[in-house]
Design a protein around this ligand. Structure first.
Ligand code: C5P
Length: 403
């Protein structure tokens, strides 16, 4: 299945482009989202209207369009994809890719991307057999471009031979296999906390914080995409449950701790929740009433359990890798380093949550990964990208040290 996968489909100018609406449909049926780039010759074979309607997204076609660049930008088109799929990949487009040309939106994105590229060639048999094409294909394959097909068969030009684009279902299956092989954390279990906690005052009122849950949810999703069996324990948020993730909804810190302990054992624990440090000592059974002439009684608070610290110090079931967050408004790195020692976790993701940076409600995050080995400063990334990068970093660690 292709759940959560974002495919950037580049449609070049070959007769096989007529199959691309069906390809988009097949990819979407399996849970992928598809965004299309149409070359100007591609647009001679399939209309932007058709691709736009089937993909339910706008179709991008022009590098020099101010609105396109303003709304999305060619770099973002690649950033917001898990893989680029070129179908049909014409002899001309493959040649440009091999040469590193960038004279339109499609080729510019292909040159600017750091994402996996898959290409389904489609051309006349003579063009396919031409040594120039074969050299280009070898060059691209040596750079990691994954070629899908082509098939042998009757061609639109009346000839017979190699060069027919693979059928949409074959392309879809190849993509599924490609992503399945990329499940670097298959067989691992992950536990992620996310969102705020609500600490009850009485049956109506509670104390909460501004955490949106975006970062924690993105991490759970990214880990799940790499194949972990993931449990997400979340406080109340507006975020939808990530597909494929087991989600446990809680309110208070104590409920969150209980749900985390119930989710053990796990190989990986990421505590991204903004857990309230304190709770009200005695929750009132009935709604507290305003009494005329009297002052409100002060709220007496006691400390909440520290979930990160508890998981880090669990005896038999300590996850192999425990990761915490340090939301700081000043001395970010220094505080993160001391938090690493104090909590007993393995990594701390430190981020600055000063209100002027807007991390809490925003889409982006600037984080520093603090480990016993040192500090990695990550660039400003979307929270989704931070999740993905963290999941990759976790997979690197398991591949090298945990075997
Ligand atoms: O101590 P501080 O709240 O700054 O620590 C932040 C880290 O500790 C976060 O990873 C957060 O999820 C975790 N934490 C926790 N339980 C608490 C308080 C914080 O798991 N009661």
């Amino acid at each position: 299945m292709l759940a959560n996968k974002r495919i950037l489909l580049i449609v070049a100018g070959g007769i096989a482009a007529y199959k691309t609406p069906d390809l988009v449909r097949r990819l979407r049926e399996r849970g992928a989202t598809v965004r299309c780039i149409l070359t100007s010759s591609g647009a001679q074979f399939v209309s932007p209207l058709t691709l736009g309607a089937i993909s339910e997204d706008r179709v991008y076609d022009n590098l020099l369009s101010l609105t396109d660049e303003y709304e999305m930008g060619h770099i973002n088109l690649s950033r917001q994809a898990d893989a680029l799929l070129v179908a049909p990949a014409t002899a001309n487009l493959l040649a440009k890719m091999a040469q590193g040309l960038a004279d339109d939106l499609a080729t510019t994105v292909l040159l600017a991307t750091d994402k996996p590229v898959l290409a389904a060639p489609a051309m006349n048999v003579q063009m396919w057999n031409h040594p120039a094409t074969q050299v280009n294909l070898n060059t691209l394959a040596s750079r990691g471009v994954k070629l899908i097909g082509p098939n042998e068969g009757d061609m639109a030009c009346g000839e017979y031979g190699m060069g027919r684009m693979s059928e949409p279902l074959e392309i879809t299956t190849t993509l599924e296999d490609f992503f399945a092989a990329n499940k670097r954390l298959a067989g691992r279990r992950a536990l992620v906390t996310s969102g705020p906690t609500y600490e009850p005052i009485d049956p109506i009122r509670y104390i909460a914080n501004r955490s949106s849950g975006k970062q924690g949810h993105a991490i759970a999703r990214a880990l799940s995409n790499l194949g972990t069996k993931t449990t997400l324990v979340t406080g109340p948020t507006q975020q939808p449950d990530p597909p494929g993730v087991q989600v446990v909804h809680v309110e208070s810190a104590r409920q969150m701790l209980a749900a985390c302990e119930a989710a053990l054992p796990a190989d990986i624990a990421v505590c991204a929740a903004a857990v309230a440090d304190w709770r009200i000592d005695t929750e009132a059974n009935q709604k507290l009433k305003k009494e005329a002439g009297s002052h409100p009684s002060p709220l007496v608070m006691v400390e909440n359990p520290d979930i990160l610290q508890t998981l880090s110090n669990t005896k038999t079931t300590r996850p192999g890798l425990v990761i915490g967050f340090a939301a700081e408004t000043q001395n970010v790195i220094v505080n993160a380093k001391s938090k690493l020692a104090q909590k007993g976790c393995d990594w701390i993701i430190a981020n600055n949550v000063s209100s002027e940076i807007g991390t809490f409600a925003g889409e982006a995050n600037t984080v520093h990964l603090v480990t016993s080995e040192g500090v990695e400063d990550w660039p400003r990334l979307s929270k989704v990208e931070v999740g993905r990068r963290l999941a990759d970093r976790i997979a690197d660690t398991f591949e090298t040290s945990h075997g």
